[in-house]
Design a protein around this ligand. Structure first.
Ligand code: AHR
Length: 497
């Protein structure tokens, strides 16, 4: 069955841009994300540059990752950067206490991470250790990376092979300071933040973007206290973390990554759609203290968090990735795009082999997840001009609950091409769109789609292309209008030019 929706693509404000940083990624020292993911054994038979795995690099180059967050997460508040520079053989080992108690040899440190960012053409986003580190340690890291004066820190960087300053400007001052980052109250954290931020210095050519460790989900008070107590000129951004749990519960089962039924699928998307309310609430608090919207809201951890794959280390957070995850990713990115006046960045958790990963590996084998393909589709929105959409979504009904079946966002790129990303969450009903685009001159429409027989379908190492992008032929030009037959359980991105 089908239902019809009238949609209007508004011209929007030419100054309002969908920041490319909404499509940021996250590489924590967790499970097989860095060690055994990006950074592999020198004997593993895959293309490598040093020990960086090049099939992953090439896949991520294709989706133009705008920023990469590192080294955590919870791990960041246990990490001592100085142990990860200098000759690899002399670096001390460390226990990764948060994630599986694995012994890390610090062979992947600051230089290796920045080399990876360089290969990816991505902005490094570092998280400073506030929980168990010192102001001096953070301040030295900044000097080591960004100064060009003849100081011991800079001499050491040069000795370690990098003559020029790295110019790292994105700095998170702590992570989840309400939890794994130190279990602080917001009042206490804001004082700590101001102390650290005072000694986070700009160096010539590198103005820092200082980022406040923000709220857990709908904890409005955390945001309120941060905005009230930290002067807006002392912060570039404030973060927010929200994960989608299929069961909605952190205790007991979170729900399986595969093999779920339609009710579980529905619940997952219902929980995921809460991101819209959460962002709206935090943005409204920020508006009270920052009317000019100078401070960025960065949702620097988001994604689906399921039970780990049976038989895998529970501390490694390894989960499969289905069409459900892709529909959640498309929906979440639409939400961020539609809040682009305040949301200037976000980071999916996480890039490789962890939570809602883009890439999964098994020794030499590697696959791209359905979520990866959504980032491939959505890259057209990066730094494009935002175009608001007017429409009323049909309901997707399950028992006596309902959620909006349709979500969407649109933008115009610098060449004038308009892109519309559409997600139909309903598993059975097609949505027929009749779309007006006042003021847009266009001749042709083309598109690509991600869908599959079931929302629980996924890619395996044996069948890595089970789900992949396909040409979409359901969009037509009718006079100046656009008609689209949007299939159930699909993500479609259209290009009009
Ligand atoms: O992404 C996994 C973990 O989730 C991060 O380390 C932490 O910040 C959050 O609780």
């Amino acid at each position: 069955s089908a239902q019809t929706v009238q949609m209007t693509v508004q011209p929007g404000d030419p100054k309002l841009i969908v920041s490319k940083h909404i499509q940021g990624q996250f590489a924590e020292h967790l499970g097989r994300n860095v060690y055994g993911g990006f950074w592999v054994d020198k004997d593993l038979n895959v293309p490598k540059k040093g020990r960086i795995r090049m099939d992953i690099v090439e896949a991520l180059q294709k989706i133009h990752v705008p920023n990469l967050r590192w080294p955590g997460g919870c791990f960041a508040d246990t990490y001592h950067w100085h142990d990860g520079v200098g000759p690899a053989a002399q670096r001390p080992k460390m226990l990764n206490l948060w994630w599986g108690n694995t012994l890390e040899d610090n062979s992947f440190g600051t230089h290796e991470f920045l080399e990876l960012c360089d290969m990816l053409g991505t902005e490094p986003y570092l998280a400073a250790n506030v929980g168990s580190g010192t102001v001096e340690e953070m301040s030295n890291w900044m000097e080591y990376l960004n100064s060009n004066e003849d100081t011991p820190m800079v001499q050491e960087r040069k000795k370690n092979g990098h003559a020029e300053p790295y110019k790292v400007s994105w700095w998170g001052i702590g992570n989840e300071s309400w939890g794994c980052g130190g279990n602080m109250t917001p009042e206490y954290y804001t004082d700590v933040y101001k102390r650290y931020a005072t000694f986070a210095h700009d160096y010539p050519g590198t103005k820092l973007k200082k980022i406040v460790s923000g709220a857990n989900g709908d904890d409005a008070n955390w945001t309120e206290v941060c905005m009230k107590k930290i002067p807006t000129n002392m912060m570039w951004g404030l973060t927010l973390h929200y994960y989608t749990l299929p069961t909605g519960s952190w205790t007991g089962s979170k729900g399986a990554a595969t093999g779920f039924d339609e009710q579980q699928y529905f619940n997952t998307l219902r929980n995921g759609l809460k991101m819209d309310d959460i962002v709206t609430r935090h943005a409204a608090i920020m508006d009270k203290y920052d009317k000019e919207k100078r401070v960025a809201l960065l949702v620097d951890e988001w994604g689906i968090w399921t039970d780990v794959e049976p038989g895998t280390n529970p501390g490694f957070l390894y989960q499969q990735n289905t069409l459900r995850d892709a529909l959640l990713a498309g929906t979440t990115l639409n939400i961020f795009n539609n809040h682009c006046d305040r949301v200037k960045g976000a980071n999916l958790a996480q890039a490789v082999n962890v939570l809602q990963a883009l890439v999964l590996t098994d020794k030499e084998k590697m696959l791209l997840t359905p979520t990866y393909h959504v980032f491939d589709l959505y890259q057209v929105h990066q730094d494009a001009q935002y175009m608001p959409l007017d429409f009323k979504s049909p309901d997707y009904v399950m028992g006596n609950e309902k959620i909006p079946a349709l979500n969407a966002s649109a933008s115009k790129d610098k060449n004038g091409a308009v892109h519309i990303s559409l997600v139909n969450l309903d598993t059975k009903k097609t949505i027929n769109l009749e779309t007006a685009l006042p003021g847009v001159n266009w001749k042709n429409v083309s598109g690509r789609i991600l869908t599959s027989n079931s929302v629980s379908d996924y890619n395996t190492f044996e069948k890595p292309n089970n789900l992949k992008l396909a040409e979409f032929k359901g969009a037509k030009k009718k006079g100046g209008n656009l008609t689209v037959a949007l299939p159930p359980k699909s993500v479609v991105v259209l290009e009009l030019k």
